[in-house]
Design a protein around this ligand. Sequence first.
Ligand code: GAL
Length: 417
Amino acid sequence: MGTLRVLPVMAAIGILALLVNPVCAKDELIVYSWWTAGGEADGLNALFSIFQEKYPQVSIINTTVAGGAGTNSKAVLKTRMLGGNPPDTFLVHAGSELIDTWVKTGFVEPITELWEKNGWYEVIPKALVDMVSYQGEIYAVPSDVHRGNLLWYNKKIFAQHNLQPPTTFDEFFAAADALSRKGITPLALASKNRWPLTHLFETVIVGVGGPDFYRDLFAGRIAWTDQKVKEALTILGSMLRYANTDHPALTWDQACARVVTGEAAMTIMGDWAKGYFTTIGAEPEVDYDIVPAPNNDGVFIAVTDTFVLAKNAPNRENGLRWLEVVGSLEGQNSFNPRKGSIPVRADSPHSIYDPLAVRTMEAFLRDAVVPSAAHSSAVSDAFVSAINDELGAFAVKQNVTYTAARLEQHARELGVR
Ligand code: GAL
């Protein structure tokens, strides 16, 4: 039979199959995230591979909107959810972003039974369980823990110029002066998607006030016009003077790249940076290394990504299967080494992680852990967006009193205080 004569027969069989089993025509898994950069996309793909091996008949629809920290993708997701077009599962930070934006509004399903079935209570630390719980139900599966408050530095540059990685603000500025004199940009910064300024700022808040001040400030117990906030803004302003002037044009990974190429000596970023460095062939402890951000020793700013089951998910069963992969030992240990993060499961072997990850695992157990504000765990998306805007303006004008007053005004208008 010639090809042309076979085609109608095949079409008829296809239509018949559709009539008999409509589900088989649309056996999909729709995953929504902002993971498009090197490292984060690789981690996601590793999870897809595991899923695909287990469920080869399912087509994975990887829906992404680029822009680190979800600054662009979150708005698109809201429109999609409000329009009644949910994905099956989506990426969301634990804490306020999950609970205030999605759980209280009824857009995600509780998955407490899935937690019980998979024994996750026994292996995931209580602090993380609390961050994904609301009124006795669990709503998400964490894929990772990132440390946000890390300073990344180019080892060769520091060795060449006989410099030690800075641990305090004074040491940071001394090193920055020395590097500037040599014509090297001390600090790589990206502010194209605004959030890296807030990311940097929250480390400065910790550095100035410590973990309790940080918690109280973001919980609304301290005014944004407090002297320590002004001090933090002043330090932020001084740091910006040592940063690349083209930061408004760069994404976080482009800024990180400069540390590896030697165009800049340091950057302050979460350890998704390591996932990215790996994809460009840079080696931890050889090409680059980490120390806590200045004055941040003993404090761990946690950024935790999770996946949820959307209410009215078009492929609910596959959404649940996806969550099982995310929370599985295999999923965690295939995802996290690529992503640059540490696994959330206590039963994960340390041996497959690089030395920086092992240090981060130890710090997570030892340090005062505070949730990131820049990544919407400590405060709502709306407040983070307002802080992003104010710090964007601050980067240009550097008016400390004005910015502190504006932040206080936003906190009051949004009911944070
Ligand atoms: C964070 C997220 C990380 C990483 C980073 C850059 O908000 O938690 O997983 O992807 O943004 O996109």
